[in-house]
Design a protein around this ligand. Structure first.
Ligand code: 3PG
Length: 396
């Protein structure tokens, strides 16, 4: 979008697809406005250049028109952040939308209702895309979090609106998750956690081709331990992924990647916030106990390895950080990354939902080089998959 100047934008109606899929509580109050704030720079830029913004997003996964998935509760916060009175439409296509769009002044914003109220959105129906596009002159996609979906508002509309360009948020996400990962300052480390190996296979395999150090944590490590013949007690294990775990260990060796698994574990007698807990060596988890976090020795080893790096990408927590008792490992990683970013200029990239939540919970969000606003989208990018919402843009 930065390549568009006043000549392209003044008086033009710009269809902006943002990812305003924010969490709402039962009273329809926004509980985390990160995605709204992340969308502001692009919209403000367009408004300052004299454009008229028609803003579209999905919220949740509604089946048809569902009031609790309306975008209406977002209007006050959006208006406040943009410094303009955002006009809300009752629909995302149709006569009312056409009238409101036509009446928009330069510097005005019209927020369309949830595009997923129509099944045609997810079907990427061309007729629906054409209707969405009909109220605007050009297209800006800033919805990185939805770029892995080939939907009407992320992909289909680009057939009808030119130019079709990336917004600032989209650009920044790609700069870090593609640019910094493809051409990292070395040494480059990846920290991959989360509960299941099965959901992270693609990411691990893809990162193994790029990193110098791969640190593993979270629930997935017990499958790796079991594959190596260690006792894992009642820890989470994916029995059908044992061979895969072994093959990933071998692949790391073959590629000369230093693969680090935690050396000690915080085990619990049950999966509960108030469970009994103790620290044991990773090779000897007692029967009837389950691993819920990495131990202090593992944190020390991981920190020492991270101290040698210039670029770090982190996806997935080290333990059950939702339980305070088992959050120490995840918190320690968050602190280490913040420290390395601020004091040593290390590039730190946080991709994926849970690690982002952990960094935010630790109050360290503004200390990282980049925190992705996309869960599924960043995972697919890190797996090396192309994103349809990006491919559809002019300069893809
Ligand atoms: C997300 O929250 O990851 C994005 O908004 C995409 O939502 P979806 O998984 O429902 O397509």
């Amino acid at each position: 979008v930065g390549t568009l100047g006043e000549a392209d934008l003044k008086g033009k109606k710009v269809f902006v697809r943002a990812d305003l899929n924010v969490p709402l509580d039962d009273a329809q109050k926004i509980t985390d406005d990160t995605r709204i704030r992340a969308s502001v720079p692009t919209i403000k830029f367009l408004l300052e250049k004299g454009a008229k913004v028609v803003l579209a997003s999905h919220l949740g996964r509604p089946k048809g028109v569902t009031p609790k998935y309306s975008l209406k509760p977002l209007v006050p916060r959006l208006s406040e952040l943009l410094g303009v009175d955002v006009v809300m439409a009752n629909d995302c296509i149709g006569e009312e939308v056409e009238k409101l769009a036509a009446a928009l002044p330069e510097g005005g914003v019209l927020l369309l209702e949830n595009v997923r109220f129509y099944k045609e959105e997810e079907k990427n129906d061309p007729e629906f895309a054409k209707k969405l596009a009909s109220v605007a002159d050009l297209y800006v996609n800033d919805a990185f979090g939805t770029a892995h979906r080939a939907h009407a508002s992320t992909e289909g509309v680009t057939k009808f609106l030119k130019p079709a360009v990336a917004g600032f948020l989209m650009q920044k996400e790609l700069d870090y998750l593609v640019g910094a990962v493809a051409n990292p300052k070395k040494p480059f480390a990846a920290i991959v956690g989360g509960s299941k190996v099965s959901t992270k296979i693609g990411v691990i395999e893809s990162l193994l081709a790029k990193v110098d150090i791969l640190i593993l944590g979270g629930g997935m490590i017990y499958t790796f331990y079991k594959a190596q013949g260690y006792a894992v007690g009642k820890s989470l294990v994916e029995e059908d992924k044992l061979e895969l775990a072994t093959s990933l260990i071998e692949k790391a060796k073959a590629k000369g990647v230093s693969l680090l698994l935690p050396t000690d574990i915080v085990v619990a007698d049950k999966f509960a916030p108030n469970a009994e807990s103790k620290i044991v060596p990773a090779t000897a988890i007692p029967d009837d106990w389950m691993g819920l976090d990495i131990g202090p020795d593992a944190i020390k080893t991981f920190n020492a390895a991270l101290d040698t790096t210039q670029t770090i990408i982190w996806n997935g927590p080290m333990g059950v950080f939702e339980f305070e008792k088992f959050a120490a490992g995840t918190d320690a990683i968050a602190k280490k990354l913040a420290e390395l970013t601020t004091s040593k200029g290390v590039t730190t990239i946080i991709g994926g939902g849970d690690s982002v939540a952990a960094v935010e919970k630790a109050g360290l969000a503004d200390k990282m080089s980049h925190i992705s606003t996309g869960g599924g989208a960043s995972l697919e990018l890190l797996e090396g998959k192309p994103l349809p919402g990006v491919l559809a843009l002019d300069d893809a």
